[in-house]
Design a protein around this ligand. Structure first.
Ligand code: NDP
Length: 336
């Protein structure tokens, strides 16, 4: 079996590829620059073939990489802190990148399924009248972030632009599937805020993915106070990998899946750091907030029951993702 993984140098993709390689699968991985190629080739050897795709919006972007694969994981999408142009840096690469992946899949008769990494961002309404945290509401897979391309294009703040990029990309993908009969199916994975062990090629804190970088900043003393908690639910990277793998192999998998474990805010995170790393030399850097309280007391729920029923997800305690990241990062930060 051969699987195409887009954005092969990222946090999610690396964790997914580690599992695929263990299962004996060969990977066609796409990256947009030479930077990570050597590290990926060294790590995966003959089990990976890297394709450099500088622009995922370009026509036929993935057509070489898709040749001969049985399935596609479309993971690449902008997930950055700062931007100056919502369309060019977020909305267009997210939407067109998803369409490029599906158009490529349509050219390869062997492809049976495309698994797209969407997000809870495609589900929640960041501009709801009661606020992003929408107390009392339970989101399910039937909910869609209502932001339009035009509305999001005008914004300069992260929440509406990032969440719209994920919604518009996923919507474009489902519309592509409806346009005509396809020889493959599509499954979307919609995780919430994810932390944990990182296995992508990184050699400095500034190269960490956005979510893990939040924890690194706490450990490095770059946050005077607790950061604002955008997404009050968290999940371990292992659960996200399980979801992707099940979405590929499990015959029951269909539609979209919220992947969410438990609520977790930054007060709870720093409390976990204090409890689990009492001797750490970095603990004095971490803002302590008000120990034992919650940063957020009222916020939406995420219904993860479909993921348990169809994909067999077994979530376990979410605290472990913070412990895992800190365990790895406290060693790496001394080397970097
Ligand atoms: P990373 O930043 O580690 O990975 C993002 C990947 O997408 C990188 O390979 C990056 O390549 C690539 N990418 C970004 N922008 C572009 C672009 N314009 N053109 C081509 N490639 C691009 O983050 P994650 O692994 O965390 O995110 C992976 C996916 O998971 C994203 O789709 C994200 O929305 C989704 N997600 C992540 C969650 C999380 O908590 N981490 C939660 C829910 C969903 P490069 O290195 O060259 O920038």
């Amino acid at each position: 079996q051969t699987v195409l993984v887009t954005g092969a140098n990222g946090f999610y993709a690396a964790a997914i590829m580690d599992r695929l390689v263990k299962d004996g699968i060969t990977i066609h991985g796409t990256v947009r620059s030479q930077r990570a190629v050597e590290a990926l080739e060294t790590k995966y050897g003959k089990q990976i073939k890297i394709f450099i795709v500088p622009d995922i919006c370009a026509e036929n972007a993935f057509h070489d990489a898709v040749k001969g694969v049985d399935a596609v994981f479309h993971v690449a999408s902008p997930f950055i802190d700062t931007f100056s142009n919502a369309r060019a840096e977020f909305l267009d690469p997210a939407m067109k990148g998803a369409l490029s992946a599906l158009e490529a899949a349509a050219t390869e008769p062997k492809v049976k399924r495309v698994v797209m990494t969407s997000s809870c961002a495609a589900i929640v309404n960041p501009l709801h009248s009661s606020g992003f945290h929408r107390p009392g509401y339970t989101y399910t897979e039937a909910d869609w972030n209502p932001l339009t391309y035009e509305e999001a294009s005008e914004r300069t703040d992260f929440d509406p632009v990032y969440t719209a990029s994920k919604k518009l990309a996923e919507e474009a993908a489902w519309n592509f599937m409806k346009e005509s009969k396809r020889h493959f199916d599509l499954v979307c994975i919609n995780p919430c805020h994810t932390w944990g062990f990182y296995t992508q090629p990184v050699s400095s804190a500034s190269q960490l993915n956005k979510t893990n970088a939040e924890l690194a900043r706490l450990i490095d003393g770059e946050e005077k106070d607790l950061p604002y908690c955008h997404m009050p639910w968290a999940v371990r990277i292992e659960n996200v990998v399980d979801a992707h793998i099940q979405a590929l192999y499990n015959p029951k998998a269909n539609g979209r899946y919220i992947i969410a474990n438990q609520p977790l805010d930054f007060q709870q995170i720093v409390d976990i750091m204090v409890k689990r790393f009492p001797e750490a030399d970095w603990l004095e850097n971490v803002p302590k907030g008000k120990p034992g309280t919650r940063q957020l007391t009222e916020f939406f729920s995420l219904d993860n029951s479909r993921s348990i029923r169809d994909l067999g997800l077994n979530y376990g305690p979410v605290e472990q993702c913070i412990v895992d990241f800190c365990t790895q990062y406290q060693v790496d930060r001394k080397k970097w």
